[in-house]
Design a protein around this ligand. Structure first.
Ligand SMILES: [Zn+2]
Length: 145
């Protein structure tokens, strides 16, 4: 996805949800697009601060949920109430979470993508993103149980 398209999507989201749009939020989108793999809100804050885009953590806390709602960030629930974030601008959003050891594995699935498209078409729903997570036991945990 090109940056201009992302900006257009961001503006559309803020318009649709009656939230104030700002250049600061455009900068945050740039940072989010640059994040690799899973990250914490502290990681995101450090990167935004190092680029001079944000000076107060409260600014990020105020904004991160808008980016989650708008589909730019995946909020991934881990064991024990922990949460990690991931940019939704790259790759698949299918996860296997082992409740034994806490391991999170990202898996590819063309079928789940197709199911998502089919459901959205049936309900005339325009998707921004989706997360599919299966909780269970990994092979190592199954062996030790
Ligand atoms: Zn396990």
């Amino acid at each position: 996805m090109k940056h201009e398209q992302r900006l257009a999507d961001l503006r559309r989201y803020f318009k649709a949800s009656n939230k104030r749009y700002s250049v600061e939020r455009e900068h945050l989108l740039e940072i989010i697009a640059d994040m690799d793999g899973q990250f914490s809100i502290v990681d995101l804050f450090r990167k935004a601060r190092s680029k001079g885009f944000i000076h107060a953590a409260s600014t990020l806390y105020r904004n991160i949920f808008a980016f989650i709602d708008a589909g730019f960030i995946n909020e991934i629930k881990l064991c024990g109430g922990k949460t990690v974030f991931e940019s939704n601008l790259k790759g698949d959003n299918n996860f296997l979470l082992c409740v034994g050891c806490g391991k999170l594995v990202k898996v590819k699935s063309v079928s789940l993508g197709n199911i998502q498209k089919k459901l959205c078409t049936e309900h005339n729903f325009e998707p921004l993103n989706y997360i599919y997570q299966i909780k269970g036991y990994c092979s190592e945990c199954q062996e030790r149980l």
